[in-house]
Design a protein around this ligand. Sequence first.
Ligand code: ADP
Length: 234
Amino acid sequence: MIELKGINKSYGNLRVLDDVSLSIGSNEIITIVGPSGAGKTTLLQIAGTLDRPDSGSVLYDGEDIARFNDRRLSAFRNRNIGFIFQFHQLLPEFTAQENVALPAMIAGESSRKAQKRAAELLDMLGLGDRLRHKPTQLSGGERQRAAIARALVNSPGVIFADEPTGSLDSRNRDEIRSAIADLRERLGQTFVIVTHDPSMTSIADRTVRMADGRILAEGEEGCDISVEISSPIC
Ligand code: ADP
């Protein structure tokens, strides 16, 4: 479904991604792990079309999105790709339901239909009684579940998540992990998740390990990801 081929990316003299290739299939949960600075977020942003590689190709169903101009790319992203970040990034002045409905309205859906879909998704994520709550009135886990509902609202082919449990305590981490596993079961949703949370890899079909801008081969020595990110053992 999504194919990254020979991706290279540098910032100045710093080679952040070095000939990275990755295939992402349908209904898959892939986790990407590795020490801080390995290039995980950069890879996620390039796969998610938020950033462009210096060279290499990003193919969605065989189509190279490098050919798209910025406007076409934004429209494509809005319809086909969902994002979940470490911090929920819900808009504080809007309710949970409005936050979830917004990307659907941006995609051209009527307000009524978008709000209905938002309510269904929030209900599916156990927030049926929180529709009119503003983000400050929700717990950390509830906010992140609302962010997942927002990522789902346009039925994207893939959701990219960057440390989705990174700012949560263990109870809320469990909640988010279960929600993601459940959505894959119920909707066949594909997730690509950058994580330092060892328990998140337990729901993955595949874990990709990165170090120094490269994807490590099976069995290749990398850093011990179970060690705190501030002091990885390499
Ligand atoms: P990870 O997610 O594995 O921690 P990142 O992809 O965030 O790694 O970053 C990889 C390297 O690229 C880091 O050394 C980081 O400082 C650098 N980097 C990331 N984004 C930028 C940027 N916009 N400008 C300059 N350097 C960057």
